[in-house]
Design a binder for this molecule. Sequence first.
Ligand SMILES: *Cc1c(COP(=O)(O)O)cnc(C)c1O
Length: 457
Amino acid sequence: MKDKIPYKIYLNEDEMPTHWYNLRADMKTKPSPLLNPATCKPLKAEELTPIFCEELVKQELDDTTPFIEIPKDIRDFYRMYRPSPLVRAYCLEEALDTPAKIYYKFEGNNTSGSHKLNSAIAQAYYAKKQGLKGVTTETGAGQWGTALSMACAYLNLDCKVFMVKVSYEQKPFRREVMRTYGASVVPSPSEATEVGKKILAEHPGTTGSLGCAISEAVEVAVKNPGYRYVLGSVLNQVLLHQSIIGLETKTALDKYDVKPDIIIGCAGGGSNLGGLIAPFMREKLRGEADYRIIAVEPASCPSFTRGTFAYDFADTGMICPLAKMYTLGSSFIPSANHAGGLRFHGMSSILSQLYHDGYMEAVAVEQTSVFEAAVQFARTEGILPAPESAHAIRTAVDEALKCKKTGEEKNIVFGLTGTGYFDLVAYQKFNDGIMTDEIPTDEEIAASVAKLPKVDA
Ligand SMILES: *Cc1c(COP(=O)(O)O)cnc(C)c1O
């Protein structure tokens, strides 16, 4: 075998992490706290428990505990689809004729088709443990809703999903998978909530947005006894659960003494990237090692590269807590031409702070070049990538091509977050040559940023 490194580095079950790693514990500048939108004061646990499960509120607010034990029941569930393989992309390297060594951590080997199941099972577990009847959530592209319905089916919890209307209509099969796992799925905005009715009255014919679906799901959770709201990205607790991706990656690389030079992940709300980089960022924060870390976002929704670092709402209905993050403004809605996920206007507070403090870089890429990379990857490595994941592929390929020019044998690691079987309408557009790149103008971004809430520092 070339370089003695196998195509796939698998871990044994007994090498799986027993604890999640909480990045915040090692950050010198902690992410800014969530604020109560009415008072602009940091939220206390008791203000969050009507919305979120108690144990998850604890995790959300915990800036100091570095390692948190993964309950045995969750580890047992993880065993059904983890450890996930770390793949050496020999075939892609050959096609690119690059001296770079490319690795990807593949999270698409479960029915939900993405990394989202890692946090879905944790959140469903804590809801069950608290004796709740069920959970509510939103889903955009559909992966999170699918992951959560799988976790809820396993634990016998009710699951209500508000699905962004455009996805509901474009991806009927995603919806059917969720219903098969027992979830109820409502297109958002809907008449089922006050906030949905209000948005429909103000914007008749709207195809919906994640921010709007979040508002609806929160409203239903707060109004129904025995229900709490769960979110598949952005929150500190989600990055915590996703640290399993990075911890497994590091264990696998350490087995072969491979030290990554560049770590790349796509960034929507930041959960897969935050999870992938967690143990590496730990070393960087502690001054034990250095890595280049690159967040890749769509040019049509460029929170890091063109957003503002400020307090903002996570939702359009402006009922959620305020979070300090890189944001395009909660009224920003990416172009309908933008395929796939990564459409959230904001970004994880943890990653926002790390980016602000210079610990990581960000690039924005256009979707036609993303699909070019996706197709090249599918044809060489065999896996049909999710469009979100293909953002990371794009940048990994670009970095590998730079190595070809300089002759450097860099180790490049990227997160392949999922598969694209439900994204074939987007692939069809690309294959037919009718996919376009929609990039918001400075004026459009300025208009939505101008509506940011005024918060005194
Ligand atoms: C949800 C999702 C993403 C983006 O979400 P993050 O929280 O930024 O990780 C990326 N890839 C896939 C396959 C997803 O389902």
